[in-house]
Design a protein around this ligand. Structure first.
Ligand code: ATP
Ligand code: MG
Ligand code: MG
Ligand code: MG
Length: 479
């Protein structure tokens, strides 16, 4: 089954159960001060849960573009090192806004996985919330009993607040959840160790695929829970993980979501995937990161020096450096993956096709710009490492790398970690603050420039001069 079919079958299954198929919200948040990027399917529906607005349909379904690189959900460090966490991924979801509850959500999830997708029942485990003394909540007996009618009890795992009580943030809608995990180990491995003991253990072959959240509380500012006026269902299934299971693979990167990208990296770099771990990590990181960056640009968030734009720039620079160090690339090449990506994903996400040329241009410019300082920066970092006596690199050196060579601080930290060194983060922050104080006056001037650009709306975007300075880089032509 192709990934395209997997996605369509999910949406059609819930459409047949009277759900309205809605488009993914943008991955980049524009109007929520608490969140930079969409990190779960429910984000765009949170006002419905809180009762602040009413949806057109009480049953909704979609495939949401998510990015987990900052805030409460940050998987960046895992990406590439493991085979099932991405920066950007799709979350398939179905929602009940004050309509059906646990009974239907559980029954339909099971029906879809075992009857439509035909996943072997004996490879599935489910979990229920064990309760929490802090919140005065008991075991989720209702969910336990519903599952008991479907699966043997030794496949039901009781989980703690961390794994089985889903919260939107410190405040807001929340509730116990049931997760579905799949064991893709070989028969021999399964015979050696009971799969139930590997659930929630970060095992690469016993992975969580679907989270069914039973929204029934609102967490108040003082930490207490109050029942929501209505009960809701909020589910999220990892699309790439589901494809891995359905395509009989052991890694998300072996599914057709990623293989065209990986093949393209192999062709461009002459390196082979699957031969050596260091190369493989680099190839996975690049195939992952190009998606995050491309989708973000398609949503209108370009790499820049501040806010969400800087997060995107950091992701791209991270990918560029993985290529340079481990795949011996010294020319822009990541932009060449955009064509493959838009062919693969453009049907489900037309913005990739529509913005194709822009995405390519922006990534290429970013690559050229960073590659022009990367090598020198790495040489400097090497010499600093060689002269370091206590395995810690001074903050002012990290600042020089940031300021002169464009090394985001987390990139410097990553390189140091690979070599067994540490970074004086406090020293870096101090140097950064000193620079900000110095340049405050100068930034007033560029703010004025920005205002002029912004108010002159009759302009057509025609490209970039340089990607170093945020504001001055945009070229416009009067139309
Ligand atoms: P995990 O425990 O594996 O980190 P999670 O519990 O943080 O996952 P949820 O917040 O429950 O994830 O999200 C719902 C689903 O989205 C998960 O069951 C999983 O299939 C998928 N998912 C979560 N994070 C990622 C990621 N970084 N990359 C790909 N899929 C993910
Ligand atoms: Mg997680
Ligand atoms: Mg989890
Ligand atoms: Mg989960």
């Amino acid at each position: 089954m192709t990934s395209q079919e997997v996605r369509n079958q999910f949406l059609n299954f819930f459409k047949e159960k009277n759900h309205k198929i809605v488009p993914s919200a943008p991955m980049v948040m524009k109007d929520d001060p608490t969140l930079m990027f969409t990190n779960a399917g429910m984000n765009q529906f949170k006002e419905y849960f809180l009762g602040n607005s009413v949806p057109k349909s009480k049953r909704l379904t979609d495939s949401q573009k998510c990015l987990r690189v900052s805030g409460k959900h940050n998987d960046l460090e895992e990406v590439g090192k493991d085979t099932y966490h991405h920066t950007m991924f799709e979350m398939l979801g179905n929602w009940s806004i004050g309509d059906y509850f646990k009974k239907e959500a559980i029954a339909w999830a099971w029906e879809l996985l075992t009857e439509v997708y035909k996943i072997d029942k004996d490879s599935l485990y489910v979990s229920v919330f064990e309760g929490s003394e802090d919140d005065g909540l008991p075991l989720d007996q209702e969910a336990y009993d519903l599952w008991k009618a479907i699966v043997p009890e030794d496949r039901i795992i009781k989980g703690n607040k961390k794994d089985n009580f889903w919260e939107m943030g410190d405040q807001g809608p929340c509730g116990p959840c049931s997760e579905i995990h799949v064991d893709i180990r070989s028969k021999e491995e399964k015979a050696k160790v009971d799969g139930a003991s590997l659930v929630n253990q970060d095992h690469p072959q016993v992975v969580e695929i679907w989270n069914l959240v039973f929204m029934q509380f609102n967490r108040k500012a003082n930490g207490s829970l109050e029942p929501l006026p209505e009960k809701h269902i909020d589910t999220g299934m990892g699309f790439e993980r589901l494809c891995m299971v359905l395509q009989g693979k052991q890694s998300n990167y072996d599914t057709d979501v990623f293989t065209p990208l990986i093949r393209e990296v192999e062709i461009i770099t002459g390196k082979k995937y699957g031969k050596d771990e260091e190369t493989d990590i680099a190839i996975r990181v690049i195939s992952d990161h190009v998606r995050a960056v491309a989708f973000s640009i398609a949503d209108g968030q370009l790499p820049s020096n501040t806010g969400a734009g800087y997060v995107i720039r950091r992701i791209l620079r991270r990918a560029i450096r993985y290529g340079f160090t481990f795949l011996d690339t010294n020319k822009p090449f990541i932009y060449r993956l955009v064509r493959v990506l838009s062919e693969q994903m453009g049907k489900a996400f037309p913005e990739l096709k529509e913005q194709y040329q822009l995405i390519e241009n922006v990534i290429k410019e970013e690559e050229s710009s960073f590659l022009s300082t990367l090598e020198q920066g790495l040489v400097l970092l090497d010499s600093v490492i060689k002269s370091s006596k206590d395995k810690t690199i001074a903050g002012d050196k990290a600042f020089e790398l940031y300021d002169t060579f464009g090394f985001p601080i987390d990139l410097t930290a990553l390189i140091l970690e690979e070599k067994g060194y540490q970074l004086d983060k406090e020293g870096f922050e101090k140097a950064l603050k000193a620079q900000k104080d110095r340049s405050r006056a100068a930034s007033e001037v560029s703010k004025d420039d920005w205002n002029i650009l912004k108010t002159d709306t009759e302009q057509e975007f025609i490209g970039y001069d340089s990607l170093e300075a945020d504001v001055k880089l945009v070229k416009y032509r009067k139309v």
